[in-house]
Design a protein around this ligand. Sequence first.
Ligand SMILES: [Zn+2]
Length: 301
Amino acid sequence: MKVWKKALLGVVVLALALAGYVFVSVRSLEVEQLSEDLHVLRGFGGNTAVLRTAAGAVVVDTMTLPLQGSRIRELARELTGMEPVLIINTHYHVDHTHGNPAFEPGTRVISTERTLSHMQTLDADFWSGDAARLLPNETFADRQRLQVGGKTLDLFHPGLGHTDGDLVVVFVDEAVIHTGDLLFNGHYPNIDLEAGGTIKAWPATLDAVAALAFNLVIPGHGPTTDRAGIAQFQDFLRQLWEIGEAAAASGASLEETEASTALTADAGYEPIRFIVSLGLDREFVLRRAWEEATGNFTRKN
Ligand SMILES: [Zn+2]
């Protein structure tokens, strides 16, 4: 075989191996059972909750890829013995919504009004064509109580934080909440200033979440936690905002702020990774604090 043919073969084999690795990785979801009827699925993307009701499965968030959405759909059927009848999207980000198109068109999909608006403007390319059939078809502004197959779910928009449209799901009968990305547990958060997110207001928003009735918390990313996990993340956000405010008051540069050693409440936090780091690290959150405090960002919707 000619050398170039060998090289080409090598490249093809490597590409296939990588594609296989990615395929297996995105489909392998870890399953955690929180109550008789409630499971958490973990993989590349946000945490997905699956609730069994007498009317069918309820799925909260659908991860990053339609391929994962189809795996979530399979697991929801296996875990509940029922078809998914309701999807709830906690917010508009790709790692919580892009699995939606793998579900049956016509499935009930609920989000806040702001989340639907962000999907249709900030992520319009994805949500065109067939994918648009799995956009939220029911929205609300602040609160919504649902009765589904004998289960009660309270959906609650507690205020500004990760974006301006996040909702929290209260699984009333299980005493569990899914916070979406209003809580990152053990990971540096994305702070979407362009979609109305804010470090400054986020801790007070989490006060409203902590005031709900629950025992366990499914965060947007990271392991299941409880009120202590929320309180720790609030400490982190308050400290981060103090650093941003101090930088704005003293006229510190972005570079100086990114090098700050004043941030200590992030001890043990890991950047979210999928094969490589996705850029949500210590430098990123310090940059966002400087940008919010100095007004160096542009709202997009
Ligand atoms: Zn997010």
